[in-house]
Design a protein around this ligand. Structure first.
Ligand code: GUN
Ligand code: ZN
Length: 437
């Protein structure tokens, strides 16, 4: 069995950090990582490895690079690359003016297939090795995304969008079609290779009660599926949802009433939740996808991260492209820092990187497989190289420790410092900038 050996600087979060990113951060100034057969085989200090007889001459030596585990994007829309940076609107108008028309383009299977391949390549070029993904309401768009992710060998969770009201007719399905198409996709793709299926009602406002009930039934029929949807993103959306569901005591209740609330639920945004909603999230073990780039771009509001932390609600970082303005999780971390500054919570680099790696894996119940570089985990990892960006190269010379270095990456860097991406131990991306090294 062939083993890839890399000797480099290495950083990740140990499994035994008890949820404290700072305590779990582990850094090897001179480390060695080995992977074979898709999994991590060893991770240790280079000197210790040599002392126990490992032949380091067999390792590629990259002392200037930094090996980290692959990024996880907990909430992103594959068909929305063409609406990134669309001007001037808040959520509900942005959906109508830009997003629904873009998703209608996916009626064309050729467009859907081509764009799905492009999306997967774009994730890998940004060091994102796993994601929880919305497609469109066309079942073929979920097929195409799963096909592309399967070819790439990625651990990816996705679903066909369910929406049967309050959107253009061409995008609407029905409760019955939602049931039939979701069931077929689940049968074909859930647990195939590294793939998983998420039942995906877009948000309460675009589904009938009947359709939400179908989604709840799918989750009861298959308890290891995920639920992904949007919750409490924008004040007008919250009011509109209340008007559509007068029987619900609040936004979260629209999901609870239909069996759409549990430990495998991932709700994007969650900015305007009441204390009661937060308590119910905590009780259920439901997770929040924190989408700072999107929340700033659409002017949706500022997530109070410390309120979620106080209640032990799992939080995973997400780009929410196309409302987010970058598909790169380093940029999400930088935006998260700014959101938290405005809420008097100085987000540290360890916590930010945790929310995009091991913390995200835990929030999404994927940490048995991914999230860090512990031997036995799947070998999804990156080589970051700050010297690929000349300005950053200068700034990094003034960093005194790994936390300062990580903070530079999250505030000043973007995908240009991703030199390589490995998925399941296979080189899936090599930066063209690295060719000059
Ligand atoms: N709420 C319902 N659909 C969407 C979407 O596509 N993007 C965002 N940001 N919020 C939504
Ligand atoms: Zn979204």
């Amino acid at each position: 069995m062939e083993q890839t050996l890399l000797r480099s600087r290495i950083v990740h979060f140990r499994d035994d950090g008890h949820g404290s990113p700072d305590a779990a951060l582990e850094y090897f100034e001179d480390g060695v990582i080995g992977f074979a057969d898709g999994h991590i085989a060893l991770l240790e200090d280079a000197r210790a490895a040599r002392a126990r007889g490992l032949d380091l001459a067999a390792a590629e030596h990259r002392p200037e690079a930094l090996v980290i585990s692959g990024f996880i994007d907990a909430h992103v829309h594959a068909p929305q690359l063409p609406v990134m940076g669309s001007y001037g609107e808040k959520l509900l108008d942005w959906l109508e003016k830009y997003t629904f028309p873009a998703e209608l383009q996916y009626a064309d299977e050729e467009i859907s297939r081509r764009q799905s391949d492009f999306f997967i390549d774009a994730l890998l070029a940004r060091g994102t090795t796993s994601a929880m993904v919305f497609t469109t309401s066309f079942a073929h768009s979920a097929e195409h995304l799963f096909e592309a992710a399967y070819r790439a060998g990625m651990r990816l969770v996705a679903g066909k969008v369910l929406m049967d009201r309050n959107a253009p007719a061409g995008l609407l399905d029905t409760a019955e079609r939602a049931r039939r198409e979701s069931a077929a996709l689940i049968g074909k793709w859930h647990n195939k290779g590294r793939l998983g299926y998420a039942v995906t009602p877009r948000f309460a406002g675009t589904s009938s009660r009947e359709q939400l009930a179908v989604a709840g039934q799918l989750l009861r029929d298959h308890p290891d599926l995920w639920l992904q949807t949007h919750l409490s993103e924008n004040p007008d959306e919250v009011k509109w949802t209340a008007s559509l569901f007068p029987e619900a005591r609040d936004y979260l209740h629209t999901y609870e009433m239909h069996g759409l609330h549990g430990g495998r639920s991932v709700y994007a945004h969650c900015i305007h939740l009441s204390d009661s909603e937060l308590e119910r999230m905590a009780d259920a073990g439901a997770a929040v996808a924190f989408c700072p780039s999107s929340n700033l771009f659409l002017g949706s509001g500022l997530l109070k991260l410390q309120k979620l932390r106080e209640r032990g609600i799992p939080v995973a970082l997400a780009t929410d492209v196309g409302a987010g303005t970058s598909l790169c999780q380093l940029q999400s971390m930088g935006e998260a820092y700014k959101v938290c500054q405005l809420g008097d919570y100085p987000l540290g680099a360890a916590e930010a990187f945790y929310m995009a790696t091991l913390g995200a894996a835990r929030a999404l119940h994927l940490d048995r497989h991914i999230g860090n570089l512990a031997p036995g985990k799947e070998a999804d990892l990156l080589l970051l190289n700050g010297t690929l960006n000349p300005l950053l190269r200068e700034r990094l010379r003034h960093c005194r420790d790994i936390r300062e270095e990580l903070f530079m990456y999250m505030t000043l860097a973007d995908e240009r410092i991703v030199e390589r991406t490995y998925v399941g131990g296979r080189l899936a991306y090599l930066s063209p900038l690295a060719e000059s090294l």
